[in-house]
Ligand binder design. Structure first.
Ligand code: ADP
Ligand code: MG
Length: 698
């Protein structure tokens, strides 16, 4: 059979062993099929001519037709450049070269009609095009150019003369050699039902589109296919797992739950909390093992939902466990749960790395006998030495610190895997959640408890320190507490720590009447806890910290957060940090301090933060600004990203659609036995074999 995957790229005319090695290393192109699936990242319409009057500096590549009026050589030595004043009668642009001046002066003539192709920029109030492509208008057939593809290349590729244009040529060679159609990778039924372009045609059009409409159809077909198999893989995996494992049935909602509801619940549940609890109750009673992701912005009241779910486990004779990513958080959860359960005969224990010796032994024993009903802890709770009498439900707080593998370890903690509820305050856009955690059902708390004042977010340049300090002083005088947060990343750890220490000294000087504490990740845990405690207790008014305070810490009296070097934080991280304030009844403030010079992207980030408190809106914006690969949670989740054409930020609707298509196919053909789906199952199998990331979860 005709299989491009087995044809080495080096045998394609124009490649050879040396360039093949570079292609493979730099772009992952080893076979001719790999090349065919190396899609352009953009197209430039070379059939269109703009008039200079229309052009502005924000346009992408454009094409002009006109004449050079005069040449001018400007500057001396290395600054020297050649400028050609170029006009089409509607205006003038400057064509600029920094090299090869003599050659150019020879080559291009005045009063000859040229087609100029390049990227316009605005410089000194004039439109410039640097190093344009120029062809005599008489020689260029514009209609033959059509849409020109552009391919990503690296410096190393360019050194081997593999620039975008060279890739384009290789692609043309490859497509010319294709004299028969490639085998279809979707079933005829799917192609027909969804009006998809046949594979071979789509691959031709994606590289060399005949026109915009056919390009769109080709893109649709290829995106459809890509997302379809991602979803089919995940849904199939989830189904297989459900078949393999039964879930414990929690059929009762009994005394513990009802007592809590009637006597201990300190407030009315929000509608969102009620809805989510209903979803969870349904899962727990269904006989399937629950795997649910609970998303809710900071402060939306996830802990309470976790607790009430755990009480259902208790009502059915099971134990439950709540796992947090840090010791501080585990402590806080432990205190919260004990307070909420006050007066009820429920035994809750805390297990962290620092609980040792007799105390630890007693807890481990209590778990084995079943006396300990709820265990709160860190990673320590999934160690092999921790065993339960009958663990029925595990709640994991702050998902992004736990990978798929760690989740899987929990399943061995009982004869059947316990139910799993994963809570995250990093709102993950729906599209991403479906792809990353497609095997999890998703619940969303999209409502904050009543009476919260939205946090006011301000942007301040760092040269306005005096007025900033004045506002902070005023808040402290009113009895509030304040965070000052500094960035700290591995790559620049030394400098960052120095900045933090200097910042700390300045703050101590600027606020002589205040007690200032300091926390960062390089401190010993005991020291960190002690400093933290000074702030929690209210003894210290100011906390200087790195992002270690990002997750979960709850100090309702802290109402101001100053984020230093805010330009160095990602959107999600800024939002997480901001969530540390606004937990009490007072008006809270988040002040983003940046330098004066900001990049376009940074300015957008700051603008979004100032404009909205909505975590989902922020997560969507983050996805758009940075792309899914960089989003928090993607790397740690264990399912990395390698989408070739679909874009999770833009193709959300299509993703939802193909997910339903994939689900219907599985429902109609649960055993994978229908002849009409043969192509699909074969393709899935082959993708699972070649795609490392897919293999990891299947
Ligand atoms: P998160 O979702 O960030 O974990 P928490 O569970 O810590 O949020 O809840 C934040 C605060 O809101 C807590 O002090 C909690 O007691 C309070 N809270 C939770 N649910 C409600 C509610 N329905 N009404 C009022 N306050 C609530
Ligand atoms: Mg929480």
């Amino acid at each position: 059979m005709f299989d491009l995957a087995t044809r080495d790229i080096k045998f394609l005319p124009g490649v050879g062993p040396q360039r093949a090695a570079v292609l493979s290393k730099e772009a992952g192109i080893s076979s001719q099929q790999d090349l065919l699936y190396y899609f352009p990242y953009k197209y430039v319409d070379r059939s269109r001519i703009y008039s200079i009057r229309e052009v502005d500096g924000s346009m992408p590549y454009i094409q002009l037709r006109g004449k050079i009026l005069s040449f001018e050589s400007i500057g001396e030595g290395r600054q020297r450049r050649l400028v050609a004043h170029f006009s089409d009668g509607t205006g003038v642009v400057d064509l600029v070269w920094f090299q090869g001046i003599k050659y150019l002066l020879n080559k291009y003539k005045l009063q000859t009609e040229y087609i100029v192709f390049g990227k316009p920029t605005l410089f000194n109030k004039r439109i410039n095009i640097a190093h344009p492509d120029i062809d005599p208008a008489a020689e260029l057939k514009l209609s033959a150019l059509g849409m020109q593809p552009y391919y990503n290349t690296t410096e190393k590729m360019k050194r081997m003369l593999l620039n975008s244009h060279a890739i384009e040529k290789l692609m043309a060679t490859l497509l010319q050699q294709l004299d028969e159609s490639l085998p279809e990778t979707l079933s005829p039924a799917l192609v027909h039902a969804h009006h998809l372009m046949p594979l071979t045609e789509a691959l031709r059009q994606i590289h060399f589109p005949s026109n915009a409409e056919l390009l769109r159809k080709a893109q649709y077909r290829l995106k459809f296919e890509e997302l379809f198999y991602v979803q089919l893989n995940i849904l199939r995996y989830a189904r297989d797992r459900q078949h393999k494992y039964r879930g414990y049935v929690f059929e009762r909602v009994g005394e513990v739950f009802h007592t809590f509801y009637a006597q201990n619940l300190p407030f009315v549940l929000t509608n969102a909390q009620k809805r989510v609890l209903k979803e969870i109750r349904h899962d727990l009673g269904s006989g399937r093992q629950m795997n649910r992701l609970l998303q809710g912005d900071v402060g939306s009241g996830k802990t309470l939902v976790a607790l009430m779910s755990m009480l259902i486990a208790l009502d059915n004779g099971f134990q439950a466990c709540l796992m947090a990513p840090t010791e501080i958080l585990a402590n806080q959860h432990f205190d919260t749960l004990r307070e909420l359960l006050c007066g009820m005969p429920v035994r809750v224990e805390l297990l962290t790395g620092s609980i040792k010796g007799k105390r630890r032994e007693a807890i481990l024993n209590g778990l084995l006998t079943g006396d300990v009903q709820i265990l709160v802890g860190t990673h320590a709770v999934i160690e092999d030495t921790v065993n339960f009498a009958s663990l029925g439900l595990v709640v994991i707080d702050e998902q992004h610190r736990f990978g798929v593998a760690q989740r899987a370890r929990l399943w061995t903690k009982n004869v059947q895997p316990p139910h799993v509820l994963v809570m995250t305050a990093t709102p993950i856009p729906r599209t991403l959640a479906m792809t990353l955690y497609g095997d999890l059902d998703v619940s969303v708390i999209d409502e904050l408890p009543p009476g919260r004042k939205p946090i006011a977010t301000l942007h301040q340049f760092d040269n306005r320190r005096v007025s900033l300090n004045q506002s902070v002083r005023k808040q402290i005088a009113e009895g509030r507490q304040v965070y000052f947060v500094y960035p700290l990343i591995k790559e620049s750890e030394k400098i960052d720590l120095k900045n933090l220490e200097e910042g700390y000294l300045h703050i101590c000087e600027d606020f002589p009447d205040c007690k200032v504490c300091k926390v960062h990740g390089k401190m010993k845990p005991a020291e960190k806890d002690e400093q933290m405690q000074r702030f929690v207790s209210g003894e210290a008014q100011i906390m200087v910290a790195t992002t270690v305070i990002e997750v979960g810490v709850n100090v309702p009296n802290a109402s101001v957060m100053v984020i230093e070097n805010a330009e160095r934080f990602g959107l999600s991280q800024l939002h997480q940090l901001r969530g540390r304030v606004g937990r009490g009844a007072d008006q809270s403030y988040c002040i983003l301090v940046t330098g004066y010079k900001l990049t376009e992207e940074t300015r957008k980030r700051i603008e979004i933060m100032v404009r909205t408190n909505d975590g989902f809106e922020i997560a969507e914006a983050d996805l758009k600004l940075r792309g899914p690969g960089d989003l928090e949670g993607t790397q740690q989740s264990g399912v990395a990203f390698d989408l070739k054409i679909a874009d999770l930020a833009r193709d959300g609707q299509l993703l939802q659609y193909v997910r339903e298509v994939a689900q219907r196919l599985i429902d109609a053909d649960p055993e994978g036995a229908l002849p009409e789906n043969e192509v699909v199952w074969r393709q899935l199998k082959s993708l699972r074999k070649t795609n490392v990331n897919w293999a990891a979860i299947s």
